[in-house]
Design a protein around this ligand. Sequence first.
Ligand SMILES: [Zn+2]
Length: 339
Amino acid sequence: MKTPQEVPARTTLHLLFTLLVLTSCQEPGRNLRRQSDTRPAFEPLVALEAGPVYHLLDGYDPIWLERVRDGIETARAYWGSYGPTHVWITGSYEGAEIDPAAKRAFVEEYCGSRTFPDGMRLEDCADYVESRFLDVAERDESEAYLSYLQDTTPPRADLVFINIHKWFFETDPVPDPTLRGIHEYTHVFQSSFGSTPTWMMEGGAVFAEAWLPAQQGWRDLHGVMERCMESACRVEDPALSIADMEDVDSAPGKTIEYHRELAYDRGAWAVAFMIHESSTRRVSALRDKFYPSVTELGWEAALSRFVGMQDKQEFYAAFSSFMDGSIEDQIAMLDKLKD
Ligand SMILES: [Zn+2]
């Protein structure tokens, strides 16, 4: 298992926040990396008919773009079209040096696609692309994340996928790069409304990785969610809960150790539980009712209204009781959810 990497240093080009795709609930031993997700106040993305613009490094196999696109377009068909979104895909097999002409073309494509904040020069942009897209590929590391650029109005979502071929296994029912596409695009959708807590963002994206492929008939919902539950149960301290993971940046050190289990694994179940507690039990109500009301009311009031509870504390308490129940009851809850 790869050592979790440090949060990359923010540059002035890498603005506001980055949401890493940490596809969770996977078999042990999978190559996962961890990164802090932050969620400061921000200008939301907007509804947009135009789909994402896809960019692929010359020389990297187009199959990886196709796999990612399958995920992004599946998620976009469900959540709706938001953006503007650009998708950047680079890679290099076993850290082979990337052809200089391909590098130059990629730098030009990236730097030509965006405006620069005050004081930023073209050379700075080129350095940024080298360090964040190309050097990572040549170091044979894999990354996937959403980078939120706010130097334009509306801001822009960049979905970045590097060396995702390393996450592909023939035996997977759904290619991992496709799941990463679903996960990241779900963040694009979420970022088009008001601010929500870390557990809801990551949990919602992981739940989408489980729900949408099941709806497509690609894989079974139960197995994926059971793996999430197993992982969620690895949190040893009974005092820790998703309530400690509202904002990963202000979470205390001990909580951060369980970032993945709390935000992604328990978060996925918490989002499923939210839907179960809502009046229609429809996942589409999350899209059509809950998120628009986040913009209107803020997430805490929107959550209370959606689940018909007095406040978030009541929700957290109800969810804790649910998590203490049997796996049979937990799986039975999933079966009551509708599309
Ligand atoms: Zn994520």
